[in-house]
Design a protein around this ligand. Structure first.
Ligand SMILES: NC(=O)c1ccc[n+]([C@@H]2O[C@H](COP(=O)([O-])OP(=O)(O)OC[C@H]3O[C@@H](n4cnc5c(N)ncnc54)[C@H](O)[C@@H]3O)[C@@H](O)[C@H]2O)c1
Ligand SMILES: [Zn+2]
Length: 692
């Protein structure tokens, strides 16, 4: 080892373990590291591209690739033509091969603005006098395919394979409805290869995974799409709801195309879906703006994207720029931080919910997903754990996409050591010891003890919460103290609390005691729907409560209703209807209602047809608002005469979009409903409230 090499140089090219091996020269150690990396990457490629069942998270895979590329760059003598850095994917297995007349390349990645600028600078250095314009496209997370059309007819559909040779899956590809068998329009070339992405929507992916019973779940929509295409029986492919976006011409004969933008228009004319969010950009700043915009908005899309692809628009310039190794110089993928990360499942614990439901959750080795440290994830129920075959000690893939609460996607079975433990839900409530009851047809388990302290605490804090009775000055801590002191055993006890009792609690001064009493008093005026939601009836969500309260108008009519009458209400299914009916028949619950009535709690749903400045206008809110709760916003709208719609339709007047908005946004965009942000709503409310 040469003395001239500074010590800290070592950490760049290898892990400490590989370098402490005594008796090996630095070159030998580096060569060994390269061999290890290549082996690990080949293995990962095989599982990812051939088995459609990744054993590494994309972040881990990318890390290995970056390290290998880095070493090869610094040490050209270690480069080999068969290194995974020089090709894409994995070699073709059984099916018929298709040699691509024009290789299907990979894309270099940029993960920051600076890397985008570097890419642009490199291109500019090669073509110093060129003026670039760009096409920005979403990087759909599916699999690339090449479709050959001769005289307008589809003759071959092939996957990318290793970039040079792909798999011929024509019969299966023909089952995808969005791929035309014959090109449409007036300009049909003699021969053309259209490239694009086969993908699976998030909804189809979730549905597919939910239907899988033998445990082998797909890790993500991309793997599900690849697995669904590569089926021996094309009827299976046909049943999987694959979608397609066309995005490129591999080659074209007998026609001149001069830009990527023109190519996209042609692809659309020929009858392929082209992603509607493509954009032409005339400067790198516009490109960066597009990347930033979609970093957040991607979670509103009905399919997954993992970045943006930026292509230099002019095809003559593309040709001049050429390629380096497996990447074209004229395109780059701007990649977003991964939403899936691998980590260890340390334990599974359970919470008891407000209706007694036993809710398992995953305790994870903390890791970072999209800038947030994650150490817990929700697990729906025992059946879900069994279906995914999650075992304590497993390496698992964890995902945080649009939703706030991370999810455990699946275990990485290949990393099992045999020490993992199969999980069983506890037989007894971990808090009160009561035997847990399972409701067979719902996969749910409950602690049936109405006195269960865990359940009681959850139900009491829920009763006072914003969406329910909204006693805004009473927090969880106060609830805990009140229960501890024995002042609150059930929710009706709030209404007989005295000032002296509150003052007896630690840390509660006269002023806050008065504020609490005012909040309790004010809560008596809440609408019936809020009360019903607050009462912790199984399956009674906020919307359900509004529907039921709206249908019956007051508590007496609801109490007198038969189960059939409840189930008959539009929007109320038999499961909810049954649960509500049974709850209302319980003598203890009837007594609770009578106590609440006795202290003056409102038992009617006030009519929503208040006339006001917003009369005749319908609103719908989606996503998280930052300055007020959704309920408060809805109340304010209703107070001004507006109505809250139950879903998106063409007749909806306004959709208000908060953070992490979901499918409603996409639906509204499709239906052409005006979309506004929270600021707009606040301005609207202010305008009318102050005008009165
Ligand atoms: N987890 C694993 O074990 C594992 C293994 C192998 C690869 N990977 C992942 O796959 C990535 C590399 O995959 P890759 O080589 O398929 O992709 P890439 O990053 O090289 O990008 C090229 C691909 O982007 C897709 N694409 C989507 N929209 C496009 C558009 N508008 N224009 C052009 N291309 C578009 C196409 O499928 C194309 O083949 C790695 O970075 C890694 O994250 C993971
Ligand atoms: Zn219990």
């Amino acid at each position: 080892m040469s003395d001239a090499v500074p010590e800290n140089n070592q950490s760049q090219s290898g892990t400490p373990e590989t370098l402490v091996q005594a008796g090996k020269s630095e070159e030998e150690q580096l060569a060994a590291r390269v061999a290890t990396l290549r082996h690990q990457i080949e293995e990962a490629n095989y599982h990812y591209y051939v088995q459609d069942n990744p054993t590494l998270s994309d972040a881990e895979y990318d890390q290995l690739m970056i390290e290998l590329q880095h070493i090869e760059q610094e040490h050209p003598e270690l480069q080999t033509p068969d290194s995974p850095t020089q090709r894409v994917g994995a070699p073709v297995q059984d099916v018929t091969q298709h040699r691509h007349p024009v290789p299907m390349l990979s894309l270099a990645n940029a993960r920051s603005e600076k890397e985008l600028q570097d890419w642009h600078r490199r291109a500019q250095n090669i073509l110093p006098n060129a003026q670039f314009s760009y096409v920005c496209e979403l990087k759909i997370d599916g699999l690339a395919i090449a479709l050959t059309y001769e005289q307008g007819r589809l003759t071959i559909g092939a996957t990318r394979g290793d970039g040079m040779v792909g798999e011929n899956w024509t019969p299966n590809i023909r089952t995808i409805r969005q791929i035309p068998q014959r090109l449409r329009g007036e300009h049909i070339p003699a021969k053309v290869e259209v490239r694009g992405e086969i993908y699976m929507s998030i909804a189809s992916f979730e549905k597919l995974n939910a239907e899988i019973s033998d445990g082998k779940l797909f890790a993500n929509p991309r793997n599900a799409a690849a697995g669904s295409l590569r089926q021996k029986d094309s009827r299976i492919t046909a049943s999987r709801h694959l979608d397609f976006f066309g995005y490129q011409l591999g080659y074209i004969e007998g026609m001149n195309v001069s830009s990527q933008w023109e190519a996209l228009q042609l692809i659309r004319e020929w009858g392929f879906p082209v992603n509607p969010n493509i954009k032409q950009a005339n400067s790198l700043d516009e490109v960066i703006e597009y990347c930033n915009k979609w970093e957040q908005e991607r979670f509103n899309l009905p399919y997954e994207i993992d970045g943006v692809v930026i292509k230099i628009n002019n095809l003559a310039q593309q040709e001049e720029l050429g390629t380096v190794a497996r990447d074209p110089r004229w395109a780059i993928a701007f990649k977003y931080p991964p939403t899936q990360v691998a980590t260890k499942l340390l334990d599974i614990r359970v919470n008891i919910g407000r209706t007694g439901s036993v809710n398992p959750w995953a305790m994870l080795e903390p890791m970072n997903i999209r800038g947030v440290t994650v150490s817990r994830a929700a697990l729906h129920n025992e059946e879900d754990i069994q279906r995914k075959d999650l075992r304590i000690g497993d390496w698992v893939l964890v995902q945080r996409a649009g939703e706030v609460i991370p999810q455990v996607v699946k275990p990485i079975e290949e990393r099992r050591t045999g020490q993992e433990e199969v999980y069983r839900l506890p037989e007894n409530c971990p808090r009160c010891g009561t035997p847990i009851v399972r409701v067979t047809d719902q996969a749910m388990a409950y602690c049936p003890n109405p006195q269960c302290p865990a359940r009681n605490f959850e139900s009491i804090t829920h009763f006072v919460s914003k969406g329910a009775m909204d006693m805004d000055t009473i927090g969880e801590k106060t609830c805990e103290q009140l229960i501890e002191a024995g002042y609150i055993q059930n929710v009706a006890d709030f209404y007989t609390l005295t000032r002296d009792q509150l003052l007896a609690l630690e840390g509660i001064k006269a002023k806050s005691a008065d504020n609490m009493l005012t909040a309790i008093e004010a809560s008596k005026q809440r609408a019936l729907s809020r009360l019903l939601f607050g009462l912790n009836i199984r399956y009674m969500g906020e919307k359900t409560a509004q529907i039921i309260a709206g249908a019956f108008g007051n508590m007496d009519r609801l109490l007198a209703a038969s189960e059939t009458e409840i189930v008959k209400i539009p929007g109320i299914g038999p499961k909810i209807g049954h649960s509500v009916y049974c709850w209302l028949q319980e003598p203890a619950n009837r007594a609770l209602i009578e106590r609440l009535r006795g202290v003056g709690v409102n038992m009617t749903e006030e009519q929503h047809s208040i006339s006001g400045p917003l009369s005749g206008q319908s609103f719908l809110l989606t996503g998280r608002l930052s300055q007020m709760t959704r309920t408060a916003a809805e109340d304010a709208i209703k107070g001004l005469g507006g109505t809250i719609a139950s879903g998106v339709s063409k007749s909806l007047n306004h959709l208000i979009v908060g953070e992490d908005a979901g499918s409603k946004l996409t639906k509204a965009q499709k239906a052409g409903v005006p979309i506004h942000d929270e600021e707009w709503l606040i301005d609207l409310l202010k305008e009318h409230v102050t005008a009165e």
